[in-house]
Ligand binder design. Sequence first.
Ligand code: KG4
Ligand code: ZN
Length: 365
Amino acid sequence: MTRTLTILGIESSCDDTAAAIVCHRPGEPAEILSSEVVGQTALHADFGGVVPEIAARAHVERLDGCVERALAVADIGLDGIDAVAVTAGPGLIGGVLSGLMLAKGLARSRGLPLIAVNHLAGHALTPRLTHGTPFPYLMLLVSGGHCQFLLVQGADQFRRLGGTIDDAPGEAFDKVAKLLGLPQPGGPAVEAEAAVGDPKRFAFPRPLLDRPGCDLSFSGLKTAVLRARDTLVAAQGGLTRQDRRDICAGFQAAVADVLAEKTRRALAMVADVGLHPSALAVAGGVAANTAIRALLETVSAQAGVPFLAPPLHLCTDNAAMIAWAGIERFRLGLFDDATVSARPRWPLDTTAPALLGSGKRGAKA
Ligand code: KG4
Ligand code: ZN
């Protein structure tokens, strides 16, 4: 399939309503004609996490406007679209259904092919959208809802080398921020405090480093932070600014160390099977963390593998990645019909053992 493709992507699996138009001429870099993202942070702010029912209703209210804006910004009508690609999972069922129903309606009414995309495949294929990265490459997905190492060998060929057995790292950053009275989302707030803290004052655990492989765990680390806070509060009646900074620095250093060591192992696992990955790519909001990113870059350089971090707005949830995954699937002749279901859980690698846990941002696959 070598013709130019222009695809509408729709994403609504968590708390971002998004629509995008991506165009690809074979042999040329992909062009993002538009990428609209409407977040819901304010709607969930009072609840300490994403409320699935509120998220689903907001998606229903906003999806059609979002698609209209994506078409308008791209200066294109539905008659200029070759297919509709939509996230069909994993994620919060109400949100996924909202997007999938809209996509089915659009495809059916305009006689367009429908392409159901796994949200994780969208993240995992982003380096090809932004940099044309050749297969195979290693992807570390680190966000508020996901944490896994994926060996990406083809547009429909993923091997999960490991993942979190409980919380995602972004979720841990958010919970630690909450424990310390810092604003949400916690990642940037904790990073700012950590920058002026002493990472050595608190000896927080590095969970699962004693276990072989590259599965990860962050819930024990969060509990250790809770204990450290409670001990200080019991002893001195509260936290000083410096206490807060030192806790953040210790916590961030622990997350960075764990991610770095597990990345080292994932790279070694890939080398062990005789593969030479074209890159170590990162995606997800946590990849914005300067300290974590710097450590991952070092690990990558030590393994002689180029490090790749797509621009942040394409690392976090968006619909351009879904449109791009749609382009890749279109070229492989992988289409769906109106019977395709929303899948709240949908592992990319069906051969990998199921991971435990389901966080506040939805089911992890
Ligand atoms: O990929 P993302 O935007 O959304 C989903 O998870 O769906 O990731 C958001 C997560 C939040 O948990 C946020 O606290 C975390 O990424 N995050 C960070 C930083 N910026 C955002 N974590 C650590 N350091 C940061 N600078
Ligand atoms: Zn995501």
